[in-house]
Ligand binder design. Structure first.
Ligand SMILES: [Zn+2]
Length: 289
C-alpha cells in the first residue's frame, strides 16, 4: 500500500491511507449505509487535514464503505438486499455485500482503533451521539465531544461490535439523519475524529478535547405491525416510564401498536419516516447511566 494517497485495495472502494513514523493503526469508516451523509463528508475533511499535519502511525480512511448502497442512496445494498452493518466479518465467497465485508475486515484486522460514522439515514433520526462498548472505548467516546454517549447494545455483524469483540477500541457515532446532510454534523464529526486521533497518539501537534457527554443505555423498540408511524414524542424528550411515544395506525386510523417508554429516560432516536413495517425500529428510549 502507498505511504500516502488514494488506492483501491478493495474493488470499487476508494481508500485513503497515510503511514508515517511509528504508532498505532486507526481505521476510519463512513458510508456503511448508503443514505448517511455527514460521515463521508467529514472523512473527506479529515483527509484534507491529515495530508498536511504530522502523523505518527497509520490512518486508513474509507469515506464510503458501501458504494453499492451509496449509489442506491439506500441503507441496504440493492444487489443482494443485505445490510453491510449486519454481516461483518463477512464471507470471502458470499454475496456482494458479504464479500465486501470480508475485504473491509481484512483492513480492520490490521487496525488497533476504529471510528465508524453513521447517522439515522433516510428513515431515522438520532441525537448527536458517540456510541461505545464498555470501558475500553468509553474514554474515546467522551473525547469525541458529542453531547450524548450511548452504551451500544452488542449486535452481531456490526463492524464496531465485531472489532470490540476482537479486543479493539471501537467507537460508533450517530448524527441526526432523515436523509439530510447536516453541516454542523460534518464539523462535529471532523473535530471528534481529530480529537480521538490525538488521544491515541497519532497527531503529535494536537490535543484531545476535554471529556464530554452524558451516558445513556438502552435499545430500540421494534414495530410489531405495519402502518402509519405517528410520533408524539420528539427527539431528545425526557419521558417517564409508561409515557406514550408513538402509535402505528391502519388505513382507518385505528391504533395497531402503541410505543410506550419502558423506563424513565430520553428519546435518543426515533423513526423519521411516516410509514413503518414489522421489525423496523420505532423509538429508542435510553436511561441515564
Ligand atoms: Zn448507519
Amino acid at each position: 500500500m502507498l505511504r500516502e494517497g488514494w488506492s483501491r485495495p478493495i474493488e470499487g472502494v476508494d481508500v485513503w491511507h497515510r503511514h508515517a513514523g511509528t504508532g498505532p493503526t486507526v481505521l476510519l469508516t463512513a458510508g456503511v449505509h448508503g443514505d448517511e451523509y455527514e460521515g463521508p463528508a467529514a472523512l473527506i475533511e479529515c483527509i484534507d487535514h491529515l495530508r498536511y499535519t504530522p502523523v505518527t502511525g497509520r490512518v486508513i480512511v474509507i469515506p464510503v464503505a458501501n458504494p453499492m448502497a451509496w449509489r442506491g442512496a439506500s441503507r441496504l445494498s440493492p444487489e443482494d438486499g443485505l445490510n453491510l452493518a449486519r454481516v461483518f466479518p463477512g464471507k470471502a465467497h458470499g454475496t456482494p455485500t458479504e464479500h465486501l465485508a470480508s475485504q473491509i475486515w481484512t483492513l480492520a484486522e490490521e487496525a488497533d482503533f476504529l471510528i465508524d460514522l453513521h447517522s439515522g439515514g433516510s428513515d431515522y433520526t438520532f441525537l448527536p451521539l458517540a456510541g461505545y462498548y464498555g470501558n475500553a472505548s468509553l474514554d474515546a467516546a467522551c473525547r469525541f465531544g458529542l453531547p450524548v454517549l450511548w452504551n451500544l447494545p452488542e449486535t452481531n455483524g456490526v463492524l464496531s461490535c465485531e472489532m470490540h469483540r476482537c479486543g479493539k477500541t471501537a467507537v460508533g457515532c450517530e448524527y441526526l439523519g432523515g436523509g439530510q446532510l447536516s453541516r454542523p454534523g460534518v464539523q462535529a464529526y471532523t473535530r471528534g475524529v481529530r480529537s480521538c486521533l490525538a488521544l491515541w497518539g497519532l497527531l503529535p501537534n494536537e490535543q484531545p478535547r476535554p471529556a464530554n457527554g452524558d451516558r445513556y443505555t438502552g435499545d430500540w423498540m421494534l414495530a410489531e405491525a405495519e402502518g402509519a408511524f405517528v410520533a408524539t414524542a420528539r427527539l431528545g424528550d425526557m419521558v417517564e416510564a409508561g409515557a406514550s411515544l408513538a402509535t402505528i395506525r391502519n388505513t382507518r386510523g385505528e391504533p395497531l401498536q402503541e410505543f410506550k417508554a419502558a423506563t424513565h429516560g430520553r428519546v435518543l432516536a426515533i423513526r423519521s419516516k411516516g410509514y413503518i413495517r414489522k421489525g423496523d425500529w420505532g423509538v429508542l428510549v435510553a436511561k441515564y447511566a
